[in-house]
Unconditional design. Structure first.
Length: 320
């Protein structure tokens, strides 16, 4: 982060087209050329393939979880550090990120699904609603626990290269968050990778980033939707996985309610915005769970249908 700040600025207003609204990504060149595209796409691809290769190698080796780094952790940290420096250099000389050729919602959606996958994987340990787990959610959880690294590596690295390096407060905060996630992704098969306070920080840092970005750039009051939307997720699900006592949890809920009343006092109609983020995340979660269960249910229906034609063990009826 010190290197990023010290090498700024990276752009000026003349480089960009006028802002065209919420579906427009402002920080991209008006006139991209071959090298601006080739530099970002080639470096992104090398970064992505390198991390996927290290994850696959680690899974094949299956080292035991330890308190120290093993060689593949050191390699992953080194690879990420190298490509962070290369992205700074690439932005300084050619500027553009992947945003030049991909929709703005793809970066946001990749992170949203990553957060939803975390909810699914943590369902058994901390529950989904106020400490209560949902048994049906466990069907895709096992698959995600084994292979989530590949998706998480894609979501983090794609988001990192989607944005050019910038020294605005919003970009710096987003880059810092992405680097923390890269560090977490480099620590597979270590105890720190599963440290519940560290993983909770990573999961909830989106609250700080989202609320601050909305406060600085969005319409008046939009920051409340992000702040209290993600706080609602924390109260319903996330705070139940770090061993807090009942009194502490009740105190957090009391402060949460008081903060909502204070923030929305006299503007009660706008309070409905609080539920948008939780409804979207929990809704998508259950859609993913339903999709995961679909082949299982279809298999059961096929087996049940076949049983209708079996009259005795070892004998099949004529209708079959």
């Amino acid at each position: 982060m010190v290197i990023i700040i010290s090498l700024g600025p990276y752009s000026n207003a003349a480089m960009f087209a006028p802002d065209q609204g919420s579906f427009w990504y402002y920080w991209k060149l008006q006139n991209p050329d071959f090298w601006s595209r080739f530099s970002v796409w080639s470096l992104y691809a090398l970064h992505q393939i390198s991390l996927w290769g290290l994850i696959a190698y680690a899974q094949l080796q299956r080292p035991k979880y330890s308190k120290t780094l093993n060689p593949v952790n050191i390699a992953a940290i080194a690879v990420n550090a190298l490509f962070i420096l290369l992205h700074i250099w690439q932005t300084k000389y050619w500027y553009d990120g992947l945003a030049q050729d991909t929709p703005v919602w793809t970066s946001q959606a990749s992170v949203v699904f990553m957060l939803i996958f975390v909810l699914i994987m943590e369902n058994k340990r901390r529950g989904l609603f106020f400490g209560k787990s949902i048994e049906a959610v466990e069907k895709p959880a096992g698959f995600l626990k084994r292979y989530h690294g590949y998706y998480f590596a894609w979501a983090i690295i794609y988001t990192f290269w989607f944005h050019p390096i910038e020294d605005t407060v919003g970009h710096l905060l987003g880059t810092f968050y992405t680097i923390m996630l890269m560090l977490q992704g480099s620590l597979f098969f270590t105890r720190f990778h599963t440290n519940r306070h560290w993983t909770l920080l990573l999961e909830t840092f989106v609250l700080i980033h989202g609320a601050l970005m909305a406060y600085m750039t969005a319409e008046s009051g939009q920051w409340r939707m992000f702040l209290f939307g993600f706080l609602t997720m924390f109260v319903i699900t996330q705070m139940h996985g770090i061993g807090l006592g009942n009194k502490t949890r009740c105190s957090i809920v009391g402060l949460y309610i008081a903060a909502i009343v204070f923030s929305y006092f006299g503007d009660w109609g706008a309070m409905i915005a609080i539920v948008r983020i939780p409804v979207a995340e929990y809704g998508l979660l259950f859609i993913i769970v339903a999709i995961a269960w679909l082949p299982v249910l279809l298999g059961r229906l096929v087996r049940a249908r076949n049983k209708l034609y079996i009259t005795k063990p070892g004998r099949v009826s004529k209708s079959y």
